[in-house]
Design a binder for this molecule. Structure first.
Ligand SMILES: NC(=O)c1ccc[n+]([C@@H]2O[C@H](COP(=O)([O-])OP(=O)(O)OC[C@H]3O[C@@H](n4cnc5c(N)ncnc54)[C@H](O)[C@@H]3O)[C@@H](O)[C@H]2O)c1
Length: 449
């Protein structure tokens, strides 16, 4: 429970939590179907276009999965249309609340909407006892990420964040190299995403509006966010990433992928502090480049009392090779991480097999490849009691909290923010604590755990 949530007020929040703890226990238990070896998992997909299409089809690749419901705010071919064609027997919805009203018809949901709707859809689903697979970053705010973890624990459901590269052989192999002690204990990490942003680059909210196309349900797309007029190609689809109301910029988009093997390999949980170097921004758009420095407490895989982890993003931005002890022309991947250890360094490209440095020292070292797992069907089979989900919310909740703390630092640049994870307290800048959460549109407020 947050120490001082800015919105809703602490009183409302506590009222919510108390009212809910009674209701949730009842509804979660009464809606969960007992699934066994011979059952098929009845899956509902929410957000069927974009990444949702591959989330849905990859999960449904298991013959133990039955797609029973599809929900998308856009009824056109590229969104609800193609999914409806592929799964003609599934029920169709344009409003997730109507789908959740039919709780008896499905066992699990896949949530692949823009980020601002991840928690508002996943929380009530878990409160109904449904298993959840949700895209990355898990949530739009730190407070929501903590709530997702608590809700999953309370409802005892199977969860998975959609950072599918965690299950790729490259990330799994990198993690094992660190656990095997090949580079010794790690003293420093640098992670970067040096590609240009793929979404619209604007400086402020454009004026004006246009008629909403008949196939788009704009109010449902906005969901918990404050209303704003429809404009084509500015928000839906994909370009919502440019805006603070719906996304968390470049770090939000890539952090849960690129920092994931760093988290897994070093068994990180919560940082102690976070400091960003970034240009000032208004309250609408995200920045175009940033450097975010985290300090983590030591773990069994690190050396020294604390571990510095530095994130770089923006076109062409990556750590200075000289500072890493590398030659000026040493090739580094366009995005990834380097872990500097006592016995050597490990480069973890996003996404390719890891490399050990110095090259000469490890020339004869044969890297043992760890086979991939299926990120999607392993979750589905875990819901049926037959496998486990590696990026469950106990893991992906803290990873997402860390990523999103970085985005709060970006909005309070050149200031060190101190994080007390147990108390959910962020200090060091007057507005930082309030940014752990956000206001919710009236009538759309999530029910907190
Ligand atoms: N894991 C990955 O590699 C990866 C890659 C791309 C995107 N993503 C994540 O997937 C999510 C979606 O990103 P995208 O690029 O596909 O976005 P998108 O805008 O292209 O697609 C989102 C889909 O959800 C639908 N939608 C929007 N709001 C909805 C709502 N309230 N209810 C139901 N449907 C709704 C849209 O109509 C669209 O079909 C994001 O969280 C993003 O970060 C992950």
């Amino acid at each position: 429970m947050p120490a001082r949530p800015a919105s809703p007020s602490r009183r409302q929040f506590l009222k919510h939590s108390l009212a809910l703890s009674a209701g949730v226990a009842l509804s979660a238990a009464s809606h969960r179907r007992v699934l066994g070896a011979n059952s098929r998992l009845r899956v509902a997909s929410i957000g069927t276009g974009g990444k949702g299409w591959s989330d849905l089809t990859a999960t449904a690749a298991s013959n133990r999965v039955q797609v029973v419901a599809l929900c998308d705010i856009d009824e056109s071919k590229a969104h609800l249309g193609q999914a409806a064609e592929k799964y003609p027997d599934a029920q169709k919805y344009t409003d997730f609340r109507k789908l959740l009203d039919q709780a008896g018809t499905f066992d699990a949901v896949i949530v692949s909407t823009p980020d601002h709707m991840h928690a508002p859809i996943s929380l009530p689903a878990m409160q109904l006892g449904k298993h959840v697979q949700c895209q990355k970053p898990l949530t739009h705010t730190v407070h929501e990420a903590r709530q997702m973890r608590l809700a999953a624990q309370k409802a005892k459901v199977v969860t998975q964040m959609g950072n599918q590269i965690q299950s790729h052989e490259a990330y799994r192999t990198a993690t094992k190299l660190v656990h095997d002690g090949v580079i010794g204990k790690v003293r420093e990490v640098h992670s970067w995403q040096s590609g240009a942003m793929g979404w619209i680059l604007v400086d402020d909210r454009p004026a004006g509006t246009e008629p909403v196309p008949a196939h788009v349900h704009w109010d449902e797309w906005l969901g918990v966010a404050p209303t704003r007029p429809w404009l084509p190609k500015i928000y839906h689809s994909f370009n919502w990433r440019a805006w603070q109301d719906f996304s968390n910029g470049q770090l939000g988009d890539f952090g849960c992928h690129i920092l994931d093997p760093v988290f897994t390999a070093l068994k990180l949980t919560a940082p102690l502090s976070v400091t960003a170097k970034a240009p000032a921004i208004n309250r609408e758009i995200w920045y175009r480049e940033s450097t975010v420095s985290y300090v983590f407490p030591a773990t069994e895989h690190t050396v020294g009392p604390t571990l510095p982890v530095t994130w770089y993003d923006g076109a062409g931005r990556m750590p200075d090779r000289k500072a890493l002890g590398l030659a000026e022309n040493h090739p580094l991947p366009g995005s990834g991480s380097i872990l500097l250890g006592e016995k050597g360094s490990l480069v973890i490209p996003h996404v390719a097999m890891p490399q050990l440095l110095p090259v000469e020292k490890f020339a004869d070292y044969k890297i043992e490849v760890v086979p991939a797992r299926d990120h999607y069907t392993s979750w589905a089979h875990a819901c049926l009691g037959d496998d486990h989900a590696t990026s469950n919310f106990d893991y992906s909740g803290p990873l997402t909290e860390t990523v999103l703390l970085g985005t709060i630092a970006i909005r309070n640049p050149q200031t060190t923010l101190k994080w007390d994870s147990a108390k959910l307290e962020l200090t060091g800048a007057p507005g930082a604590q309030a940014l752990l959460t956000k206001p919710y549109r009236k009538g759309w407020e999530p029910k907190w755990v």
